[in-house]
Design a protein around this ligand. Structure first.
Ligand code: SF4
Length: 63
């Protein structure tokens, strides 16, 4: 299964991914972007988040 991954070392916390794809990306208690654990991920929405990310730090882990 393809799983979205965020490279936190590059993430600027703009929260754009949360706006575009709130079912997958959230801000965790530590103040970092976290990928919600899902049985499967909405490919279109995640692709949109990947496109929108200003730091290019979201990618698919092909598992
Ligand atoms: S869109 Fe990219 S830079 Fe912005 S919060 Fe999400 S992962 Fe971080």
């Amino acid at each position: 299964m393809k799983i979205p991954v965020v490279d936190l070392s590059q993430c600027s916390l703009c929260e754009g991914c949360i706006e575009v794809c709130p079912s997958v990306f959230k801000l965790n208690n530590a103040g970092y972007i976290e990928v919600v654990e899902l049985a499967s991920y909405p490919e279109m929405e995640v692709s949109e988040a990947i496109k929108c990310c200003p730091e290019d730090c979201i990618y698919w882990d092909k598992g």
